[in-house]
Design a protein around this ligand. Structure first.
Ligand code: XIL
Length: 355
């Protein structure tokens, strides 16, 4: 048998056996109209196990890096959509939705932008053009966008960035006005797209989530076009205030906003051999379970997305300089972990289950 024949047989076997051994995350989520999603990378799509797991388990994907400025904008005049387009094609082929990430962020930007000494007028023109071109390119394919990512500090103040005050797009020192401007441009570019503000460390009740809430309350009162909030949910210390998460989602619901859990991972401490403790895998599963449950219990929580799905491809290793890892529901060889089982169980129980 030729190698490609063998690979297809393997793929077929994986799909068929997944069906026999039980439901997938995707099948369980679809019964309740929930989106179950993951960040995806292009290079590993050529790995049969990566592609098969992605298509089998998830009904949505979000390019992990391929829609950021650094990927889409090799220089000031060029838009390079090839990598992001390939991920969108995969999603379309497998009947998955696509969430876009992210149009405005102080990080993951190209050097020509960061070191270009642009004036505020020039930056305003560049950001407006970027939002318009990218959203028009993906109109009808990307149904929801993180329009602005991580624009607030932990203490709730506005974060310094090239878009805010370095030198900014013309609203330095004016609070959240530059964020509002990005949302207005995004709505003009694709009036049908759902527009999200995405943030880290504001998942439960704290100074940052209070500031997000205050900003969005103001936006809603003044008719700024915004549909929802992405709560990233990178959990670094095997602790999550899940009552606080539920309360936070509820107060955002009262503003008429959707919530998406956008970057869920629960990293574990690694020993000197890069191993984790068995009990930590179980604690990790319980955190996944409680977060999925908090979402399912809130009718405005419409998507649960992990930041990657296999420990083989996770940002946590480099982010923690090798001290933490194994944060995702599948291990490095695509075997499901207790965390996977916990998510599957909760999705099977569905929205109606109250715990
Ligand atoms: C990370 C990616 O996972 C890495 O591959 C990349 O090198 C850096 O960015 N918050 C976000 C994501 O909104 O875009 C970040 O993704 C992780 C933190």
């Amino acid at each position: 048998m030729k190698v490609s024949g063998f690979i297809w047989l393997l793929l077929w076997f994986t799909f068929v056996t997944a069906g026999c051994w039980g439901q997938t995350l995707r099948q369980e989520a679809e019964r309740d109209g929930i989106l179950v999603s993951t960040a995806a990378r292009l290079p590993p799509l050529s790995e049969p196990a990566y592609a098969a797991t992605l298509a089998r388990e998830f009904n949505m994907l979000e390019p992990e890096d391929a829609m950021k400025w650094a990927a889409l904008r090799p220089d000031e005049r060029t838009f390079d959509f090839r990598e992001a387009d390939a991920l969108v094609r995969f999603a379309v082929e497998h009947k998955m939705k696509v969430r876009g990430h992210c149009l405005t962020w102080g990080r993951n930007n190209p050097d020509w932008l960061m070191q270009g000494h642009f004036t505020s007028n020039q930056l305003s023109r560049l950001l407006h053009e970027h939002i318009t071109r990218v959203m028009e390119h993906y109109s009808g394919q990307v149904f929801a966008w993180d329009v602005v990512n991580e624009a607030l500090e932990e203490k709730g103040t506005v974060r310094g960035s090239i878009w805010y005050d370095q030198p900014g797009i013309g609203f330095a020192g004016q609070g959240t006005a530059h964020i509002e401007q990005a949302f207005r441009w995004a709505h003009e570019a694709d009036p049908k797209a759902l527009l999200f503000y995405n943030e880290a460390e504001g998942e439960w009740m704290n100074r940052k989530s209070d500031a997000i809430y205050a900003m969005l309350k103001d936006f809603k009162q003044r008719g700024v076009p915004i549909d929802g909030v992405g709560l990233q949910m990178h959990i670094p210390f095997l602790e999550a205030d899940t009552y606080g998460i539920a309360a936070n989602i509820a107060r955002l619901a009262a503003l008429g906003l959707q919530v998406n859990i956008t970057e869920l991972d629960v990293s574990l401490p690694l020993d000197s051999n890069s191993m984790v403790r068995a009990e930590d895998l179980l604690r990790q599963a319980e955190i996944y379970r409680a977060i999925v449950r908090a979402c399912l219990n809130s009718s405005n929580c419409t998507a649960i997305q992990t930041w990657g799905f296999t420990d083989k491809y996770s940002w946590i290793g480099s982010h923690s300089r090798g001290t933490r890892g194994q944060a995702l529901p599948f291990d490095r060889i695509y075997r499901s972990k207790p965390a996977y089982r916990a998510v599957l169980d909760e999705l099977s129980a569905g929205r109606s289950q109250s715990r």
